[in-house]
Design a protein around this ligand. Structure first.
Ligand SMILES: C[S@@+](CC[C@H](N)C(=O)[O-])C[C@H]1O[C@@H](n2cnc3c(N)ncnc32)[C@H](O)[C@@H]1O
Length: 184
């Protein structure tokens, strides 16, 4: 999708899209850095948009891995369906909260989230974060970026070992969170 297509979706649905442009290659690379792609992984992506993370994850993951991506926006979903053909990818035209029903507890290795938490109400954030923690394996990895630290405390309450880093070469610059589910 062109930059103009992304901006059109952003203008029409700013509360859901929450960004003016797709993530830069720099942000994508930096956020995915903690993932060890060498083994088979069950990966979930929340809010793929025009697919910048999706393509990179598919390139990095091996043939025994799977990627399930949840996108609520009609135009982005159709774009992904038409543009990305990979049998390891399952596209869901559904909210991130649906992972609660789609994955058994403790079955996911990595969650890569771009959803705009800052635009969501407290109940929805809780629903999605609860579902992510439940779906992740012990020591499973939760990755999220934001444009402000508005949800740092909240995310740290789910992942006390949370690490933060920055991606300055992005419009706008982003904060990246990486947390591991605590071992029981
Ligand atoms: C900031 S854009 C990120 C797009 C892309 N991943 C990137 O980084 O370039 C946020 C995306 O999350 C999607 N989204 C927002 N709320 C969602 C939800 N509850 N479930 C799934 N996707 C959601 C939006 O439609 C949009 O595509």
């Amino acid at each position: 999708m062109s930059i103009f297509g992304f901006i059109r979706q952003s203008v029409a649905n700013f509360r859901n899209v929450g960004a003016v442009a797709g993530s830069s290659r720099f942000l994508v690379e930096r956020m995915l850095r903690p993932v060890d792609f060498s083994g088979p992984l069950n990966i979930v992506e929340l809010g793929p948009g025009s697919g910048n993370f999706t393509r990179s994850i598919l390139k990095k993951m091996n043939k025994n891995s799977s990627l399930t991506a949840y996108e609520i926006n009609d135009a982005f979903f159709q774009h992904l369906e038409h543009q990305i053909h990979d049998e390891r990818l399952a596209l869901k035209h559904d909210s991130a909260a649906a992972i609660l029903n789609d994955f058994p507890p403790g079955s996911v290795d990595v969650v890569v989230s771009s959803i705009p938490l800052a635009m969501m109400n407290a109940a929805m954030k809780k629903e999605i974060l609860d579902a992510c923690v439940r779906a992740l394996k012990p020591n499973g990895l939760y990755l999220q970026y934001q444009y402000s630290k508005s949800d740092l405390k909240l995310i740290r309450s789910y992942f006390p070992n949370l690490k933060t880093t920055f991606a300055l070469l992005n419009l706008p610059p982003a904060i990246i969170y990486a947390g591991r589910k605590q071992q029981q």
